[in-house]
Design a protein around this ligand. Structure first.
Ligand code: HEC
Length: 379
């Protein structure tokens, strides 16, 4: 095949035209060559040396000032325990919620008793994606302090319901978060609307013990939706791929939280951009009704226990001798030191929730299927 500038341009324009307007993750601040050299030297410097030296401290501060908005800023601030940089660290986490450095930043702030300043930031920020990013990082950090902050927000009457819903969805993505959600409801019942959402998302978690506790603490849904419908039955309905697309992007059903189509969505599970070519309609239905019956290669879920007794759950995005990059179902990446891993266990259960069809009417499932079937490359 021969490529010309024209066809490249056409391809570029095509990709551009079909890519939906998702906010791009903002770029990192560029570093001047001198700042890079100095930051490399500082990374090797024993933090104790800074204590006694006014000159070194000045250099550190000038490098920090020149590298705000770059991961280097965070690495150095954390290495030298610059607690006075907490607000700027949070600015970074808010601007780059999916970068592993942001997870480190939030853990660092929590470890250093700065939970209050995170909570303040969450309370004061408007109904923006800014707060959503922070909530996601907090939930995936899996620490007690983080859940404490989230719990206070859920039970605070001044926090708007949409923010609370976002928090409930985030908490239900980790085992510890799910348990603490059940505890919150047990000690201080959620409003009926929030309780319904919580019972839905908890009934979809991969942990049997969580599901059964949730079943006791929350009113049963009593509705099996489209569960158990066969392809032949669904074919009797008039399906519409456009309506199916809104099922796909529905925040409670949540396909979009774990799958990418084109440029939108979260890359937790496999990209579905061309899934209509890869899987037959039968296989598509099967992967929605019983995800664990065939787990896509490379997308197996793991539970990783750390020496701090925290247990993290997710898909291993990459791995070297020294660290494991774990991606959770909110798309947040965490860089875990191999040395801190006590055990890791592959889960026989898919990281895609069982029972999503319960959340849809048969019509919605038929529409969703038609939408997935339509996801093909250009003829
Ligand atoms: C919590 C995250 C999550 C949600 C929500 C989710 N999925 Fe998945 N999905 C995954 C993961 C992880 C896999 C890969 C493991 C597997 O095959 O079970 C997967 C696999 C799939 C596959 C098979 C892909 C392949 O290449 O074989 C399809 C199709 C699919 N999902 C569709 C959906 C649809 C439609 C929805 C919404 C109704 C949905 N998923 C919701 C995480 C999710």
């Amino acid at each position: 095949m021969k490529f010309s500038w024209c066809s490249l341009l056409a391809l570029y324009l095509h990709t551009w035209a079909i890519s939906p307007a998702l906010p791009e993750e903002s770029a990192f601040t560029e570093l001047e060559p001198q700042v890079i050299t100095r930051s490399e030297a500082l990374k090797r410097l024993d933090p104790a040396r800074i204590e006694g030296s006014e000159t070194l401290r000045k250099i550190l501060n000038s490098v920090l000032d020149a590298s705000r908005g770059n991961p280097v800023f965070c690495e150095l601030s954390m290495r030298f325990q610059c607690l006075d940089r907490a607000e700027e660290l949070m600015d970074f986490a808010v601007a780059h919620p999916d970068h592993h450095t942001s997870t480190d930043v939030i853990r660092f702030l929590l470890r250093n008793n700065l939970a209050d300043s995170i909570a303040n930031r969450l309370r004061s920020s408007g109904p923006s994606t800014e707060a959503d990013g922070l909530v996601r990082i907090l939930s995936s950090s899996g620490t007690k302090e983080a859940f404490h902050i989230l719990k206070n927000l859920i039970t605070n009457i001044e926090v708007p319901p949409d923010r609370k819903k976002m928090i409930i969805r985030s908490m239900a993505t980790t085992r510890a978060g799910s348990s603490s959600l059940i505890d919150i409801h047990t000690s201080n019942p959620l409003s009926p609307e929030l309780a319904l959402l919580a019972s839905r998302v908890l009934s979809l978690t991969p942990w049997e013990s969580v599901r059964s506790r949730a079943g006791e603490s929350f009113p049963a849904l009593g509705n099996t939706g489209a569960e158990g419908f066969t392809l032949a039955e669904l074919r009797l309905l008039n399906a519409d791929p456009d309506r199916g697309k809104s099922v796909f992007t529905d925040p409670v059903i949540g396909c979009i939280r774990c799958h990418v189509i084109g440029n939108s969505g979260v890359a937790f599970g496999p990209a579905l951009t061309l899934i209509g070519e890869k899987l037959s309609p039968e296989a598509l239905l099967e992967s929605i009704l019983s995800p664990s019956s065939g787990i896509a290669f490379g997308f197996e879920a793991y539970e990783i226990e750390l020496d701090t007794t925290e247990v993290l759950y997710g898909i291993i995005a990459s791995e070297t001798k020294d660290f494991v990059m774990l991606r959770d179902s909110l798309g947040a990446n965490q860089k875990i030191d191999s040395a801190s891993i006590v055990s890791r266990q592959k889960s026989a259960v898919s990281a895609m929730p069982q029972g999503l069809a319960k959340l849809m009417s048969p019509q919605q499932l038929a529409d969703l299927l038609a939408f997935l079937e339509s996801l093909r490359g250009p003829e």
